[in-house]
Design a protein. Structure first.
Length: 250
């Protein structure tokens, strides 16, 4: 049936496409995508051949109107290079325009690097804040981290390998005692999750320059002590659990 179908695609492992995504891609009339080569490869792998229309949020109004018009009478699938469209990827203007025109829009869930990284990290996830990419300029990056410092949830960022060192350095400067996780190459052969204080991660990635795609996560601020009594109780507990040899040294 006509309309816009937002279709999530894999973030690495091609097995992570859903049955429904394949069905929609097979049944649609055209696929709007960021990069026709990237999506062409995915469709070829699935044995599907469709007209591919390049689309991003910078596309001319004219191109978007063409897509909206098409979705009025035909089934148009929207995909991005990888993962869920719109999550730090294009599509939002197109969805908005379709909605404004009363064209049916539906979204097929699937892979998303932010969610996969959060799940793998083991960081608190009852609440989290997805903050997209950190700014590339030093000052803006620091300011954004300062702005996020008081937020009491895990922070999730998209990151690139060449910029990881700078981001970790800024986190070390602004949020030095946070539990940080680097989720790299999710769902791929060299998937890796490293967790620790910023200083430790900086040292590790200096010795082992990272490659590939990265989700960077910052755990919530350490719990504040409610009162001095709490602090005393914690201290007593810490001393009690020290080994006798350590305690003797105090
Ligand atoms: N819309 C996509 C999604 O749902 O995951 C994200 C697109 S965004 C332009 C690309 C960023 O996603 C990368 O720079 C990286 O931070 C993250 N990413 C994508 N695939 C990844 C993977 N396999 N492992 C780790 N991070 C990944």
């Amino acid at each position: 049936t006509p309309g816009l179908y937002i279709v999530a695609t894999p973030i690495g492992n091609l097995g992570d496409i859903t049955l429904r995504a394949i069905e929609v891609l097979r049944g649609c009339d055209a696929v709007a995508c960021e990069d026709t080569r990237v999506t062409g490869k995915l469709l070829k792998h699935l044995g599907i051949s469709k007209p591919l229309w390049r689309y991003d949020d910078h596309s001319e109004h004219r191109d978007r109107t063409k897509l909206v018009d098409a979705a009025r009478t035909r089934a148009v699938a929207l995909v991005s290079d990888a993962g869920t469209p719109m999550i730090s990827d294009p599509g939002y203007r197109l969805v908005n325009d379709c909605r404004a025109e009363g064209i049916p829009v539906t979204a097929l869930p699937g892979a998303c690097a932010a969610i996969t990284g959060l799940a793998l990290s083991g960081l608190p996830n009852d609440r989290f804040l997805f903050a997209g990419f950190l700014p590339s300029k030093d000052k803006a990056r620091r300011e954004m981290l300062e702005e996020l410092a008081s937020i009491d949830t895990t922070l999730v960022f998209y990151e690139t390998a060449p910029r990881l060192a700078k981001s970790l350095a800024a986190i070390e400067e602004v949020l030095p005692y946070r539990d940080v996780a680097v989720a790299r190459e999710l769902t791929k052969l060299h998937e890796e999750l490293r967790r620790g204080l910023p200083a430790g991660l900086i040292a590790y990635y200096e010795a082992n320059p990272p490659r590939g795609e990265i989700v960077l996560l910052v755990g919530p601020p350490p719990e504040e002590l409610a009162s001095e009594e709490d602090a005393d109780a914690l201290l007593v507990e810490a001393l009690r659990t020290l080994k006798p040899s350590q305690a003797a040294a105090q």
